[in-house]
Design a protein around this ligand. Structure first.
Ligand code: HPA
Length: 233
């Protein structure tokens, strides 16, 4: 018996899982970086794989875009499949001018506008933070692999499209590095359910300068991000 949105049997999913938004990225990493990868989920084409990286068992599966979709998978992975370490691997739009496309960010905390988060805390604001052990391990791993990372805060939003051009000014002033759509709810739910969470992001575009990654730059930085995350298994 699986969970509502995942058809895997209990035991099919490793204790450490990577969560890209795009299920085809999960497939790509499973086929190119993992050994003996087996696909355990086809429901909604939200593919999930378990395989081995340097001999260590690890899973990777799509989360979909946004906090609504991410929350469903994170809940089921932890509650039904007893996943212990949930690591988002994704992209963000930078809101600090100094950040170049391809920069890898280790998210220490995620501010956000998630309605789910506000409703859960009765309108109060929960400070969603990464698990320190995973963050520290990722930082040390990146140093060892000679991959440059920046550690800091990000913002998770429910709305990709917005018509206010000054939307991010305040957040920029308060040190937020970039904007994406999944991390805040990941950190919150993982903490609530007793799992560890981390978010490793690469800058795909810079909202301030309008810079955007070429497909080659994208590929290189995605691989850097994946290697850091896979080493955490
Ligand atoms: N907004 C939200 N999420 C994103 C963006 C953005 O500009 N870029 C990459 N993920």
């Amino acid at each position: 018996m699986g969970s509502i949105h995942i058809e895997a049997k209990v035991g099919d999913i490793a204790e450490t899982i990577l969560l890209p938004g795009d299920p085809l990225r999960a497939k790509y990493v499973a086929e190119n970086l993992l050994e003996d990868a087996v696909c355990y989920n086809h429901v909604r084409n939200m593919f999930g794989y378990t395989g081995y990286y340097n001999g260590k068992r690890v899973s990777i599966q799509g989360s979909g875009m946004g906090m609504g979709s991410t929350a469903i998978y994170v809940n089921e992975l932890i509650e039904t499949y007893k996943v212990k370490n949930v690591i988002r691997v994704g992209t963000c739009g930078a809101i600090q001018e100094r950040l170049n496309v391809g920069q890898v960010i280790l998210a220490m905390s995620a501010s956000g506008d998630s309605g789910a988060n506000m409703a859960y805390f009765n309108g109060f604001q929960y400070a969603a933070t990464a698990d320190f052990d995973l963050l520290y391990q990722a930082y040390e791993t990146a140093k060892r692999l000679k991959i440059n990372t920046i550690q800091g805060s990000i913002f998770s939003t429910d709305t990709f499209y917005d018509d206010n051009p000054n939307r991010w000014d305040k957040w920029e002033r308060h040190g937020i590095l970039g904007v994406e759509m999944e991390t805040q709810i990941l950190f919150t739910i993982a903490k609530r359910l007793g799992a560890k969470a981390l978010s490793v992001l690469t800058v795909s575009d810079n909202i301030k300068t309008g810079a955007s990654a070429s497909s080659k730059e994208r590929e290189q930085s995605y691989m850097d991000m994946m290697k850091i995350a896979l080493e955490l298994a």
